[in-house]
Structures are given as C-alpha cells and as structure tokens.
Design a protein around this ligand. Structure first.
Ligand SMILES: Nc1ncnc2c1ncn2[C@@H]1O[C@H](COP(=O)(O)OP(=O)(O)OP(=O)(O)O)[C@@H](O)[C@H]1O
Ligand SMILES: O=C(O)c1ccc[n+]([C@@H]2O[C@H](COP(=O)([O-])O)[C@@H](O)[C@H]2O)c1
Length: 203
C-alpha cells in the first residue's frame, strides 16, 4: 500500500503572505500531498535581528490565511513549546504522532534551504522528512542546486527543487510597508490585512 504523503511548512509567518501560500499550494499539487500543515514558529532562535511578534497573533493570522483552503491546516505544536523551537523537535513530534503511516515532506523556501546545514541536528531532521525546496525571487536556481548537491554528498539525502510561481514578497517588506503607512493589499489575504489593522501590528 502506498503511504499517504503530508506536507509541513514551518515559518515565522510574521505575517503570513501570498508567497508562503502559493509555495505550499504548488507543493501540495506537485507532490500529491493529502494536506499541508502550517507550523508557526514559537520562539525562533535564528530571528534575532528584530523582535518577533507575539506567537498568538502569528498563529491567528496563519489560521485566517489558510481557512479558505480545505487542504491546509495550522498547528500549535511550536507555539505551545517552551524555549527556542527547533525543527528537529517538531519533526520528532509528528513522527511519533503518525508513526510510519505517512511520509513527511517539509516545504522550505530557497533562503531557508541555503542555511539548512546550520540547523540543529540536521542529519536527524533529514531522516524524519524529505525536503521540498521552493524557488524564491532573489535566489538563483544555481545556488539552490549547489546546496542540494552538497547535502546529497554529505548526508546522501535528496532535496527536491520545486519551481514555484515567483512571488517577490517577504514578511520584512510587509512589516516595513505597514510601518510606513503603505498599502499591503493583495500581498496578504484580506483577513490578515484586517487583522493587522485591527490589532495595530507592525506600527
Ligand atoms: N515569497 C516566497 N516564495 C517562496 N518561499 C517563501 C517566500 N516567502 C517565504 N518563503 C519560505 O517560507 C518559509 C517561512 O518564511 P518566513 O516566515 O521567514 O517568511 P519571510 O518572508 O522570509 O520572512 P522575513 O522577511 O521576516 O525573513 C521559509 O521556508 C521561506 O523560505
Ligand atoms: O531547527 C533549526 O535549527 C532551524 C533553523 C532555522 C530555521 N528553521 C525552520 O525553518 C523554517 C523557516 O524559517 P524562517 O526563518 O524562514 O521562518 C521554520 O520552521 C524554522 O523553524 C529551523
């Protein structure tokens, strides 16, 4: 019997935007994933250059953004965890939940994949899942292919590169626009735009 495949997409999602959603949807379709679970990071150790927004706000915005897609879900697993959150612990948690009943794919953008060798217990991470590396404007396919080759040489693990519709959107850019009073319409789902306004985030 072929195993069910699920996708996990981790991110700070501060805030979630259409770049995340398009990458997840295209990964779902191309890899025949039964669902994609979005996992807002609790206390990400690698985002030290700005104060990350309260996890509960990021969780709610993610839930609002995925609501219209029947194949998308959001998980509290990282935001409910104490201390810094590492992907290795999250994958271990999902592995224990599903045992061997599902095959886990972890969807990451090009920038995250370029840093992957610095992740905590990266070999264990690779044993729990298969990575899907989504292309992202600003990062070349050559850079990505080089990293994929390096990972293969070191760990013998395949990372699948997925060419996704280029969305030159980042959470940093969105936070800046809000701060400067500029429109973020059509960069984030409407419900997320209204949530940001309502709670006066990123001002
Ligand atoms: N426009 C995009 N296209 C493809 N992948 C993306 C895009 N934006 C983010 N991602 C990927 O989504 C995941 C979560 O990203 P994250 O929440 O850090 O968003 P970000 O826009 O990169 O944020 P920031 O600007 O604050 O660094 C990462 O794997 C990242 O590479
Ligand atoms: O576990 C780690 O060491 C690690 C280091 C950097 C990033 N990650 C994960 O990669 C995902 C994308 O990260 P980011 O910074 O783009 O939001 C998110 O789920 C992070 O928890 C994980």
């Amino acid at each position: 019997m072929t195993k069910k495949k699920i996708g996990l997409m981790g991110g700070t999602f501060d805030p979630i935007h259409y770049g995340h959603l398009v990458a997840a949807e295209e990964a779902r379709i191309n890899f025949n994933l039964s669902k994609v679970i979005f996992i807002p990071a609790g206390n990400p150790p690698h985002k030290k250059d700005y104060p990350v927004t309260d996890a509960e706000h990021r969780y709610i915005m993610t839930a609002l953004a995925v609501n219209s897609n029947p194949f998308f879900e959001v998980s509290r697993v990282e935001i409910d965890r104490e201390g810094y959150t590492y992907t290795v612990d999250t994958l271990k948690w999902f592995k224990e939940k599903y045992k061997d009943a599902v095959e886990i794919f972890f969807i990451s953008g090009a920038d995250a994949i370029l840093d992957i060798l610095t992740w905590k217990k990266v070999e264990e991470v690779m044993n729990y899942c298969t990575f899907i590396a989504a292309t992202r404007p600003g990062y070349t396919s050559e850079q990505l292919e080089r990293k994929v080759k390096e990972v293969k040489e070191i760990y013998g693990k395949e990372i699948f590169v997925l060419e996704v519709t280029g969305m030159a959107i980042s959470s940093t850019e969105i936070r800046k626009k809000v701060k400067n009073g500029q429109s973020i319409k059509y960069l984030v789902p409407e419900a997320v735009e209204y949530y940001i306004l309502k709670y006066n985030l990123y001002r």
